[in-house]
Design a protein around this ligand. Structure first.
Ligand SMILES: O=C(O)C1=C[C@@H](OP(=O)(O)O)[C@@H](O)[C@H](O)C1
Ligand SMILES: C=C(OP(=O)(O)O)C(=O)O
Length: 430
């Protein structure tokens, strides 16, 4: 275990890098492939803690997989019925494993215990379990009401046609219902109550459902119609796009570091909302080139990085990168409509404010926003705490491109979604 990583002040050398697979697409694909009637070859799957938790869970549920010499993974689907009726599943801090597996297992029924790391037990899930109970799920909280760990028992279909779900805490609850309700084989309507946050993640879900043969129509993201007798049929081969959230650190390096950076594996055809991060960089001074399978960012030396005031609800993960980019703008920057930051790997608004202040920034913390004014000169050699949050570690690495060295404590936390992040970052700089 590395306790801390010292990053010297550095500049970027022009570079192209191949991104690891998208976490969001990898974990959705793994679950849908496991639930399919047939088998499927998954290429460019992310290998990280979050995907390992999903894979371990699927194996414990009786799903068989094989790794091919090419590195791709073949998943043998179970036709919508997991072989194991009883299992104890440790899901780490992977929201994209915990929420969809809770929904799928609750609607299939069995005897399952789902738990995670202590932080996962502080991340809410009550809006999802409320919705699942309307359909007939039997779920008991084993700790605090509305939070993991939980126990899932037999499913007793209530026949409810309408399943209401709140969408203002996490879009993953709606994603989980969209992936799991087809397993009950009935036509149903999911009705989103109130605001729906992080909406582009729903587009990823709908896209993958379609690739696995289930078409879900919706009325402007309010009502989603699950067809009767839906069955998942996997494509023979599915290719996972590069991770657009992981790309944000390198694209920001292209803006800040003095040379063009190209990320390969995502481009203008991407289904990931976090590619919109590149458009935000463009608004504040970046030159962006969009290819079918790459995005490249650079900045003219004479072009300053402009301050911004952004509603970042559509890019909650990549917006953390903008909080560090704010230090290069010389003006006050606001990132708004990000209340969900408070219930992720850590309270990201509080953590971000604390660490930016260590660097000398003036930071105002609001319940759902962060306002950042950079200092005239950044404090050098500051040790950044990362709160077991991969994104805290990755975005603060960018401070080393702003003319000062920085120390990243517990850099290994990047294993959640990007295990070799710091090797890749080092390869990019002089
Ligand atoms: O569905 C997904 O793959 C995700 C949805 C987002 O969560 P919220 O919907 O909780 O904002 C995002 O932050 C997370 O990293 C991945
Ligand atoms: C919020 C995140 O993860 P999770 O999928 O666990 O919600 C994230 O990766 O930034």
């Amino acid at each position: 275990m590395t306790e801390s990583l010292h990053l010297p002040a550095a500049r970027v050398r022009a570079a192209a890098l191949a991104l690891p697979g998208s976490k969001s697409i990898s974990n959705r694909t793994l679950l849908l492939a496991a639930l399919s009637e047939n088998s499927c070859e998954i290429r460019s799957l992310l290998k990280s803690d979050d995907t390992d938790r999903m894979l371990d869970a699927l194996h414990a549920l009786g799903i068989k997989t094989e790794t091919a010499a090419s590195g791709s993974l073949r998943v043998h689907g179970c036709g919508g019925r997991f072989p194991a009726q009883k299992a104890d599943l440790f899901l780490g801090n992977a929201g994209t494993a915990f929420r969809p597996l809770t929904a799928a297992l609750a609607l299939l029924g069995g005897d399952y215990r789902l738990h995670g790391v202590p932080r996962m037990h502080q991340r809410p899930i009550g809006d999802l379990t409320d919705a699942l109970r309307v359909a007939g799920a039997n779920i008991d909280f084993l700790g605090e009401n509305g939070f993991p760990p939980l126990h899932i028992g037999a499913f007793a279909d209530t026949g409810a046609d309408i399943i209401p779900v709140r969408g203002n805490v996490s879009s993953q609850f709606l994603t989980a219902l969209l992936m799991a309700l087809p397993l009950t084989r009935r036509a149903r309507t999911i009705e989103v109550q109130g605001e729906l946050i992080s909406r582009p993640y729903i587009d990823i879900t709908l896209n993958l459902l379609q690739q696995f043969g289930v078409m879900v129509a919706h009325d402007d993201y309010r009502r989603f119609r699950i067809p009767a007798d839906a069955r998942y049929t996997a494509p023979a081969v599915i290719n996972v796009e590069g991770d657009a959230s992981g790309a944000s650190y390198f694209l920001a390096a292209g803006l800040l570091g003095g040379a063009a950076v190209r990320v390969c594996g995502v481009g203008k055809q991407s289904i990931q909302g976090d590619t919109a991060f590149a458009r935000e960089l463009e608004k504040i001074g970046a030159n962006v080139v969009w290819g079918d399978d790459f995005i490249e960012v650079s900045r003219d030396a004479a072009q300053p990085v402009r301050p911004f005031d952004l509603d970042a609800n559509h890019i909650p993960d990549a917006a953390m990168t903008l909080a560090v980019v704010a230090l290069a703008t010389g003006g006050t920057c606001a990132i708004r409509n990000i209340a969900s930051w408070r219930v992720k790997e850590t309270d990201r608004i509080a953590a971000m404010a604390t660490e930016l202040r260590k660097l000398g920034a003036a930071v105002e913390e609001l319940p759902d926003a962060i306002i950042i004014t950079p200092p005239p000169r950044l404090n050098a050699g500051v040790a950044i705490d990362t709160y077991d949050d991969h994104r805290m570690a990755m975005c603060f690495s960018l401070v080393s491109l702003l003319g000062v060295p920085v120390v990243i404590n517990d850099p290994d936390c990047v294993a959640k979604t990007f295990p070799d992040y710091f090797e890749r970052f080092a390869a990019l700089t002089d």
